[in-house]
Ligand binder design. Structure first.
Ligand code: PGA
Ligand code: ZN
Length: 386
């Protein structure tokens, strides 16, 4: 039974205000924190001023005391009714309650006999809203040949380190961004040329998160460092060309957040994972729109976009019923909570997108390494296009 709830005004990796929640039961204290985004989608659950959210919750805290943690779905339904509390508080509260219900074993939520480990989808070079010269926001690495999770992590770390070394030699690195990825000084094509040589050496594949809504203005996609602006057809051809030239295995948000038909057209042309982040914002109603048009074969799942774990699971169920690959993802402003690692196992995610550089990123990969050794019968998930 929930005996008390404590809230702490903390900070995330970007120095933004953030909240740590604690739920106290007779079994102990169950805490949580969650990340927050900068390249945010229009349909995400809103975030509020942290101080206001805390004050507003304290006024209604009593409603949540005395509930059994096993009734976490009811706990979530109460959270979803609150109009004056943002995702930065509803999400960690919901995670805390689920941690209490599962006694800190969220990976065991569905009591599975064996565990499929996701592939890391790791941001090693960045641009877009996270800084850097490219409009494309994230250059991602997939350790496709890895036979185990520890091997997968070793590969992405080696690529991340080699990127630093090789790009630095040429003066192409301008620092590190919010997600611990290197900031490239070069344009999209030169960056991909150099990156593909490195990934070939390590037997890894490349994926891209365009986060295209961020550079779509009045009908055009802008690429200042390429000296180009593309209309929708030209953007389509550009994306298709990159997929073929660099043998990409994963492409996220290549078109703006309402371009369901462009996503569908691209998906029909290629056999790789085309996924939606800003397109869906982990919202069941948006996913249904995508399903109706067969827009994507994959979906980014960010629990804070939904605001509670119940709503996140509702989104995942719709996506899975329609054979979409689940990609559980961090945010650019993160914390050292590794909830998404445990959750990725619970929901059989194909990928975990959590970066490599920085304590708040590596803690999520380390957690999965730990579970790889502790759980019985771990194996890498099957992905037919890798
Ligand atoms: P955000 O970006 O966390 O800054 O919103 C991540 C993404 O677009 O995948
Ligand atoms: Zn994204």
């Amino acid at each position: 039974m929930i005996k008390d709830i404590n809230l702490f005004y903390f900070y995330n990796s970007r120095g933004e205000p953030s909240i740590k929640t604690e739920i106290l039961t007779e079994n102990g204290i169950f805490s949580a924190m969650c990340g927050t985004g900068k390249s945010r989608g229009k349909w995400e659950k809103k975030t509020f001023n942290v101080k206001n959210s805390i004050e507003n919750f304290l006024k209604i805290k009593k409603q949540f005391l005395g509930i059994s943690e096993k009734d976490w779905k009811y706990f979530d339904s109460l959270l979803e009714k609150q109009k004056n509390i943002g995702a930065e508080l509803t999400t960690p509260l919901s995670i805390s309650c689920l941690r209490a219900a599962t006694k800190n074993q969220i990976y065991n939520l569905f009591e599975k006999k064996s565990f499929n480990f996701p592939y890391p989808l790791s941001n090693v070079l960045g641009g877009g809203a996270h800084g850097g010269s490219t409009s494309i926001q994230e250059f991602l690495i997939i350790p496709s040949k890895a036979k185990s999770f520890p091997e997968a992590v070793s590969l992405v770390i080696n690529v991340w380190k080699s990127v630093q070394k090789e790009f630095k030699k040429k003066g192409f690195i301008a620092g590190r961004n919010d997600e611990g990825a290197w900031l490239t000084r070069e344009n999209e094509l030169k960056t991909l040329d150099m990156l593909s040589k490195i990934t070939e050496d390590f037997g890894c594949d490349i994926g891209l998160d365009f986060a295209a809504t961020q550079f779509y203005k009045h009908g055009f996609y802008y690429y200042p460092f390429l000296g180009k602006k593309f209309n929708s057809e030209q953007q389509f051809d550009f994306v298709l060309n990159l997929i073929k030239t660099y043998k990409l295995k994963y492409v996220e948000d290549p078109f703006h957040e309402n371009a369901f038909s462009s996503f569908s057209d691209l998906r029909k042309r290629v056999g790789i994972c085309i996924s939606g982040d800003d397109l869906y914002c982990t919202q069941p109603d948006r996913i249904k729109l995508g399903v109706a048009k067969s827009s994507t074969s994959g979906i980014i799942i960010k629990p804070d976009q939904a605001g509670t774990i119940s709503k996140t699971l509702e989104a995942i169920n719709i996506a899975k019923e329609n054979n979409m690959d689940i990609i559980v993802s961090h945010r650019s402003g993160e914390t050292c909570d590794y909830f998404i690692s445990d959750f990725s196992l619970a929901v059989d995610a194909k990928f975990i997108k959590c970066g490599v550089g920085g304590g708040e990123r590596i803690v999520k990969l380390n957690r999965l390494i730990e579970l790889w050794y502790k759980l019985e019968r771990p194996k890498m998930v099957k992905i037919n296009y890798l």
